[in-house]
Design a protein around this ligand. Structure first.
Ligand SMILES: C[S@@+](CC[C@H](N)C(=O)[O-])C[C@H]1O[C@@H](n2cnc3c(N)ncnc32)[C@H](O)[C@@H]1O
Length: 418
């Protein structure tokens, strides 16, 4: 862990320097908690951005790599694509987002309420991590915005309850130890990008809700939905059978059998686009966490990378698939019910344009009216932990930042009116 003062100032400096990266396209920034701040800065002056996992390879390794690596690695195509589109979309913010995306991401520890949670929370506090969810909500209740009384604010009422997620403070790049099997026979916490919890919090579950998680695997958000204790029943679906296998493993490792049965958890592997026809007007809350360009993954992993040349068509068709999934999610919702649409991409084409296009499509084709909800209060609630893009037309977008390297995570809440 960097000492707080050194890490704060260093990270600010890194961020400022990162703004020059487009002028030094081959510069390498080596961000690792154990590399002294000064060395990191020196490396930055002269180098390209790499993750802590990467290091400078030896000559022999370079030779061996050259023989096996594709000529145009998908990770490089992803970066070229992002440089072209996101420099226009985010203008001055792009260099800072870019360096953060290329650096090591931060995690949050979602406490498993089915384990001995108070004991787990105490252990996480000893590591100097803090529960960002409850800190934000209790802070808002203590200091309501002017004109409001000190009763729980609409913002806190709108959040799904009982979620505890620990993160290290801004500028602190410590890592959590791996989760362990607790005394009650289930794992004690689940490590995930803390921004991934925001769509679940925004869904605002109420006790007794019937819930659909349309694209659920590998299951981080499904687990969070169950942690709320609100699901009367939960349908967790994913088209991919191998990925629903991973989801099942998460459920077995974190949720005791009687709770799985009491919450009537149903795991399926259907095409989510057909859900409106299968179970129309059924659910109180629907999460539509769609496949996307998974921007951070696409910059770091060759395997299963959507920027592989062979997947070009699939990539181009993503916004269409996303619209079909969101439309199906809205059709599966009861009138008066709520849907949250989410992606882990920065792309407006995959985010707000999909939401706006789908709302228009449902009004024209089905006379179904959907209201996009204003999440400004929600953004304010969590702005001590995350950096939000200030200019989304609809929904909210967490942008990666070296001080809090979470996201990207876009989420938009909608209410089906008719
Ligand atoms: C972003 S991931 C979901 C992550 C998951 N919600 C979580 O928090 O762990 C998107 C998922 O959509 C699934 N998917 C792709 N096309 C689908 C379809 N037509 N119907 C349902 N799921 C689909 C993919 O298999 C992938 O697992």
């Amino acid at each position: 862990m960097l000492c707080p003062v050194a890490s704060m100032s260093t990270l600010w400096l890194l961020e400022a320097l990162a703004k020059n990266l487009p002028r030094f396209p081959t510069a390498v920034l080596c961000l690792h908690p154990r590399v002294p701040a000064v060395v990191q800065l020196l490396l930055l002056m002269n180098a390209r951005v790499v993750t802590a996992r990467e290091r400078i390879p030896t000559k022999a390794e370079v030779g061996a790599q050259a023989a096996t690596e594709p000529k145009f690695p998908a990770t490089r195509l992803a970066l070229q694509n992002f440089d072209m589109t996101y420099s226009v979309q985010f203008e001055d913010l792009w260099p800072s987002i870019r360096v953060s995306l290329l650096s090591e991401q931060k995690y949050g520890a979602l406490v498993n309420n089915f384990a001995a949670w108070d004991h787990v929370s105490a252990e996480l506090e000893q590591l100097s991590a803090r529960d960002f969810v409850n800190e934000a909500i209790s802070h808002r209740e203590r200091e309501p915005e002017s004109g409001q009384t000190a009763v729980p604010s609409p913002a806190s009422l709108a959040c799904s309850p009982n979620l505890r997620c620990f993160t290290f403070p801004r500028g602190d790049v410590s890592r959590f130890p791996p989760a362990r099997l607790g005394s009650l026979g289930v794992m004690d916490y689940y490590l995930m990008d803390a921004a991934s919890l925001l769509p679940v919090l925004a869904l605002g579950l109420q006790p007794g809700d019937t819930v659909l998680d349309l694209c659920a695997a590998p299951g981080g958000k499904t687990l969070a939905l169950l942690q709320t204790g609100c699901c009367r029943n939960l349908a967790a679906n994913d088209l991919s059978t191998s990925r629903t296998g991973r989801l099942q493993k998460v459920l077995y490792s974190y949720v005791p059998q009687d709770i799985r049965e009491r919450n009537r958890v149903r795991v399926t592997s259907w095409d989510g686009r057909k859900w409106g026809e299968l179970e129309g007007d059924t659910y109180d809350r629907v999460l539509v966490d769609v496949p996307c360009t998974v921007d951070r993954h696409s910059l770091h992993e060759e395997e299963n990378n959507i920027f592989q040349r062979s997947r070009k068509k699939e990539r181009q068709m993503l916004p269409m698939l996303q619209m079909q999934l969101l439309a199906a999610g809205l059709l599966a919702t009861k009138p008066g019910g709520h849907v949250v649409y989410s992606t882990c991409s920065l792309s407006h084409l995959q985010n707000e344009y999909v939401v706006q296009g789908t709302v228009e499509f449902l009004a024209n084709q089905y006379s179904i009216h959907v209201q996009v909800e204003d999440l400004t209060h929600f953004r304010k609630l969590f702005m001590d932990t995350f950096f939000f893009f200030p200019s989304c037309q609809v929904g909210e977008l967490v942008i990666p930042n070296l001080m809090a390297n979470f996201g990207p995570m876009y989420f938009c809440k909608m209410c089906r009116l008719t």
